[in-house]
Write a protein that binds this ligand. Sequence first.
Ligand SMILES: Cc1cc2nc3c(=O)[nH]c(=O)nc-3n(C[C@H](O)[C@H](O)[C@H](O)COP(=O)(O)O)c2cc1C
Length: 318
Amino acid sequence: MREIRLAPLAGVTDWPFRKLCFEQGCDCAYTEMVSATGFVYAPQAEATRNLLYRAPSDQRLILQLFGNNPEHMYKAASILSATGDFDGIDINMGCPVHKVAASGQGSGLMRTPELAEEVMRAAVRASHVPVSVKMRLGWDAESLNYLELCHRAEDAGIASVAIHGRTRVQMYAGEADWDAIAKAAETVSIPVYGNGDIFTGEDAAKRLANTAIAGLLVARGAMGNPWIFRQIHDRLSGKTPVMPSTREKVDMALAHAMLLMEWKSENVAIREMRKHIGWYLHGVRGAAFVRTQVNRAETIDQIRELLESVCASEEVRA
Ligand SMILES: Cc1cc2nc3c(=O)[nH]c(=O)nc-3n(C[C@H](O)[C@H](O)[C@H](O)COP(=O)(O)O)c2cc1C
């Protein structure tokens, strides 16, 4: 069976969101990216501790580290893989954000393949759990070096790679190149996971058909849509995927808010929920007004009332 994973998403894939995805059939999730250097210098920083938290609901969790300093990668991978909290360590070679990439980290590491290999070897030497890499196709269309990096990864003892089928320069524009991902899966003997533009069960079936791709990472398609994991599994096993009703969307958004409240103060939970509610209500008829109002809400009761009003107005229309 092909594995369907929740991709790493900074600011999104914390444990409450991961829990909802696991409940909907997600096979494996990644943490948000964590700086190896940041961890080495300030391992107890509260923000870092939150990113590293594994909840009992995390069925299979891969910690994603970013950085281009092999010593820091070694140290972070060594300490964090020994905690027993993670099923794998993943090295980020795909982040396109300027601050990260311009300093040679994330997708910037693809521009220095020798250093990238050193970082991979350091993590593999240090880690007590399998090490994987998540990369793009290269920096730009003139430097597509994903196949070289896949070979280097294999030689370095990396257990699997995930490829987002775009270059750094593309950011999120255009279509992900799944032919390139399929080619990588045929070229190396370690498992290759594909990533890019999976928004429906149909997308997944189309991208996996007749390829050696080991599984998928779903990122934007899961935002406000944890059901996508069930939908993909259903479609791949020949069943018709079921779409959530407005009631289910509202219940999911409320369940999400309650999980965040278990962990953080009401104030913080509400601020963090705003973007999620926007995603949950995406495409729901008549929800535009509620999405605006949610940005002004200050208590969980106000959020609940606003969300319930979406269902109420749907009932009136029906
Ligand atoms: C808000 C946001 C945050 C992201 N954070 C990370 C991250 O921490 N680590 C990473 O490797 N990729 C990160 N990505 C990239 C995604 O994991 C994924 O590679 C990309 O969105 C393409 O997949 P999609 O088409 O399914 O969205 C992020 C993407 C978005 C939109």
